[in-house]
Design a binder for this molecule. Structure first.
Ligand code: HEC
Ligand code: HEC
Ligand code: HEC
Ligand code: HEC
Ligand code: HEC
Ligand code: HEC
Length: 339
């Protein structure tokens, strides 16, 4: 119902604007159309996208069923948050490098990622940025084609105090939410930013890191399942336990084998994550229940690193798909250090 109304308002607004563009093209007095365009051009230009095909409709349908479009958390509209949680905040950040509160924040939408209505050509569907992204936390650069766009937001935030492997002495944690924040997928994918505690497992990257050249979008924007997953909806998991593996099939040709492998990995990584969480609780480093750090607390670098690693893997949400080898090493070596 809400969708129908939006479409109605959309087409009404479109008719009015297109009408005025046409009028301005035919007469000298009418309102101004987009720069450099006369009436005949305007129809053609607008029709590049607003035409009778279903292309735009499909993307809009998928998109408005996504977490991005939900507008959850756009109230996190203050400096340090707005550039990842609001559309205008992100655009301002790309232009100026600053994170600022924005008036009338909007949810992430087509304009956040594409410069819609800037040239009025198909070129407006390019991504706003494909520059490689230097990770905010620790070293490392994420450079995987158009998915560099995603890495701007889906990366760890600064962590304070910042533990360093091999350092002795203690750190004082005062922030109960100590950790990399939700969504450190870009760091995990390139295998940078975890606390590389010494242990029995070597820190290596999964083959995915090197061979999936377009990163996130190869798997997350693969051919969609209706409006539930893939395409511009962007999720892999949908419903209670269904997965869109259409982006994997170019490399993993046996679907049954892939599903079995993912199910095993999911269970293994999940169990290790729970084991680490319970050890952190036993050592008094996380509260049982709310999983906050009982602050203020003095900890060793390795203890802070173990908390960090737990939160990294928990926030990544891919159960190993983003970088199985790296995540497994972070978990097992952290568990060993606490035992
Ligand atoms: C590159 C493709 C493209 C071209 C060319 C284009 N549009 Fe759009 N237009 C879009 C997209 C994408 C949206 C946003 C849809 C959404 O947010 O759900 C949109 C939205 C609109 C809206 C709805 C109000 C709004 O701003 O969201 C109007 C009205 C509109 N366009 C008019 C025009 C007119 C008039 C032209 C030609 C002068 C034009 N468009 C050319 C892609 C295009
Ligand atoms: C570098 C980008 C970035 C910054 C800065 C950022 N966030 Fe987020 N935040 C994200 C991403 C990405 C997600 C979604 C992660 C996911 O679902 O995997 C998220 C999720 C959240 C959630 C939802 C968690 C959940 O489990 O549903 C909250 C709440 C939140 N952020 C609050 C904040 C606040 C408050 C700030 C500022 C102090 C902030 N964020 C700054 C990127 C950021
Ligand atoms: C979170 C970022 C994001 C948002 C929001 C987003 N897109 Fe996209 N879109 C992308 C990326 C990334 C690609 C390129 C995918 C690729 O390279 O395969 C893309 C590709 C496209 C393409 C194909 C362009 C081509 O060259 O074939 C169209 C059309 C498109 N988007 C329309 C939309 C519309 C309409 C909306 C709003 C309903 C929207 N997008 C919202 C990220 C986004
Ligand atoms: C402007 C920052 C930003 C950009 C750019 C961005 N995202 Fe997000 N993404 C978020 C935030 C914030 C959330 C969480 C929305 C919420 O619930 O508050 C999110 C949620 C998601 C989710 C759903 C997570 C869940 O728990 O269900 C997926 C999947 C996702 N993003 C993938 C991508 C991909 C792939 C790209 C690049 C094409 C991308 N994102 C680009 C900020 C961003
Ligand atoms: C190898 C393919 C692959 C690549 C590349 C990839 N992901 Fe994922 N991602 C997955 C799979 C598979 C899951 C779901 C695992 C599960 O739920 O068990 C997932 C889960 C997620 C989730 C949790 C929500 C969801 O859709 O289930 C987010 C958010 C996410 N990925 C973002 C990203 C971002 C951002 C990038 C790029 C930095 C990225 N992913 C790269 C495969 C991939
Ligand atoms: C560009 C090719 C490519 C794509 C796309 C791809 N994979 Fe892979 N994947 C590989 C290769 C190569 C390996 C290594 C196989 C081996 O070690 O025997 C691998 C390994 C894996 C593993 C084993 C654990 C690991 O990471 O080492 C899992 C699980 C997996 N892939 C799941 C997926 C899923 C799920 C998707 C889609 C969402 C996907 N892959 C997309 C090529 C790909």
């Amino acid at each position: 119902m809400k969708r129908n109304l939006t479409l109605f308002v959309f087409s009404a607004a479109f008719s009015v604007i297109l009408g005025s563009v046409l009028i301005s093209g035919c007469t000298k007095e009418g309102p101004e159309g987009p720069p450099g365009m006369d009436g005949a051009d305007a129809t053609e230009t607008c029709m590049t996208c607003h035409n009778f095909s279903e292309d735009l409709v499909a993307k809009i349908g998928q998109y408005y069923n996504s977490a991005h479009a939900s507008g959850n958390n756009i109230n996190r509209n203050n400096p340090n948050c707005s550039h990842c949680h609001t559309s205008q905040g992100f655009r301002t950040f790309l232009e100026t490098g600053e994170s600022v509160a924005v008036p009338e924040p909007t949810a992430i939408n087509c304009r956040t990622c594409h410069p819609i209505h800037e040239t009025y050509t198909f070129d407006d569907y390019r991504v706003r940025t494909d520059h490689p992204v230097s990770m905010i936390l620790a070293e490392g650069t994420y450079d995987h084609g158009n998915s560099n766009l995603c890495a701007n937001c889906h990366q760890a935030r600064p962590v304070s105090p910042f533990p360093v492997p091999g350092e002795t002495g203690e750190l004082t944690i005062t922030n109960a939410r100590f950790g990399p924040h939700y969504g450190p997928q870009a760091n995990i994918f390139i295998g940078k930013g975890g606390y590389e505690i010494a242990g029995s497992m070597p820190y290596q990257n999964s083959v995915h890191t090197n061979i999936i050249s377009d990163g996130c979008i190869t798997c997350h924007m693969a051919p969609p399942v209706g409006y539930d997953a893939g395409g511009h909806q962007m999720s892999i998991k949908y419903g209670t336990s269904s997965y869109n593996y259409s982006g994997c099939s170019g490399c993993h040709t046996d679907a049954a084998e892939l599903t079995a492998m993912m199910n095993n990995n999911r269970e293994e990584i999940y169990d290790l994550t729970i084991e680490l969480r319970d050890l952190l609780i036993d050592h008094g480093l996380l509260n049982e229940g709310n999983l906050l750090v009982p602050t203020p607390i003095d900890v060793t670098h390795d203890q802070a690193g173990a908390i960090l690693n737990y939160k990294f893997v928990y926030g990544d949400k891919s159960h190993g798909a983003h970088n199985y080898k790296y995540v497994k090493a972070l978990l097992i070596n952290s568990i060993e250090s606490l035992q």
